[in-house]
Design a protein around this ligand. Structure first.
Ligand SMILES: [Zn+2]
Length: 348
């Protein structure tokens, strides 16, 4: 890096905090002055490596900054999204996408464990093994545009949201690895009676086998490295929103508007988001008990409902008890519909 370039980067890093969202959106990703070193990401990557060390794994995935979380095909490392490398960009991400995926240390490590699962799979070509294919399925099967998870299935571990292990055999392996790796993981107990336990046991054997060994694939390729991405943040978010657009049932907003209100006469009433957040655990429990669907599954639906209420800026218009009853009915219907309608793939 030249000193001139270095000077520009330093000036820009300071400037990010002073820039408006509109100004930030004009920047190209390649011009963002970011690095993993010196940010909380450095500590999180170190923690991931410690967790792998604790399991005797000599292999460590290399990491770099890009647009999103992903592990490229055949690469034993993974990309981390740029917005986690600067607090101002995390704030922009929240303003644009309503959530910051991996924003907390806990969530970040959950995703990193998943990506490390893909990376170790690539590092040792684990997917070529016969037993891998028998348990997880064919690694080379094309990725679907969406998948229809069975929320009650006991064939898959639960880790990332939306029953992501069911999206593809490679995701199933990565999710299983993440559950196995987590410190204090009590997977043997937690998955007793599940057929997912067979996958965990196999993975455990496999990891014992490769513990202490260097990887067969030592590529240090960085796909879509940040300095190579010429698109602006505005273009990036336009594409991202298109990709993540959730397929809402046609009458979903109408249903919410029967419970909550967007009219100005209710401006001084409590927010729908606050109401749903406070009741989240209890609502989730009641619907899970009533439908037989896993608690985790119902909570996903409720999270979507809270996001939609935030987008529509809805407020309460009925008594708390009446509101609660109506939410319970809507959430139950949504949960049951969700079982049959399929889910869009999240890009991980
Ligand atoms: Zn994945």
């Amino acid at each position: 890096m030249t000193s001139a370039r270095g000077f520009v980067s330093v000036a820009l890093a300071d400037d990010l905090n002073r820039m408006t969202d509109e100004q930030l959106l004009e920047l190209r990703l390649c011009d963002l002055p970011l690095s993993i070193e010196g940010t909380p990401l450095e500590h999180r990557v170190a923690r991931l490596y410690e967790e792998m060390d604790a399991r005797g794994l000599r292999f460590k995935p290399h990491v770099w900054i890009s647009e999103e979380w992903f592990t490229p095909d055949r690469v034993p490392g993974f990309a981390i999204p740029f917005y986690l490398a600067h607090p101002r960009l995390a704030k922009l991400e929240r303003a644009q996408m309503l959530e910051v995926e991996g924003g907390t240390e806990r969530d970040c490590l959950r995703i990193m464990r998943h990506e490390a699962g893909h990376a170790i799979d690539n590092a040792f070509h684990l997917h070529d093994k016969r037993r891998y294919r028998e348990l997880f399925g064919s690694f080379t099967r094309p990725y679907p545009d969406s998948y229809k998870p069975k929320p009650n299935s006991r064939d898959y571990v639960l880790h990332l949201p939306a029953w992501y292990a069911q999206a593809h055999p490679a995701e199933d392996f990565a999710e299983t690895f993440a559950v196995w790796l987590a410190p204090g993981s009590r997977w043997r107990k937690q998955y007793t009676g599940w057929s997912a336990l067979n996958k965990l046991k196999y993975l455990d054997e496999l990891m014992w086998e490769i513990a202490g060994k260097p990887p067969a694939n030592r590529s240090r390729v960085r796909a879509e490295d940040l300095p190579d991405i010429k698109t602006t943040l505005r273009e990036h978010y336009r594409n991202k929103k298109k990709h993540y657009a959730f397929q809402w049932p046609p009458n979903y907003d109408r249903d919410l508007l029967r419970i909550f209100s967007s009219e100005s006469r209710h401006d001084s009433c409590p927010s729908a988001v606050g109401f749903l957040r406070r009741g989240r655990r209890a609502l989730c429990h009641e619907v899970a008990e009533g439908t037989g669907v896993h608690h985790y599954a119902v909570d996903q639906k409720l999270a979507h409902m809270i996001n939609r209420c935030r987008e529509l800026n809805l407020r309460m218009s009925l008594t708390a008890e009446h509101t609660r009853q109506k939410v319970l009915v809507l959430l139950t219907v949504q949960t049951m519909n969700g079982l049959h309608s399929g889910y869009h793939r999240i890009a991980l």
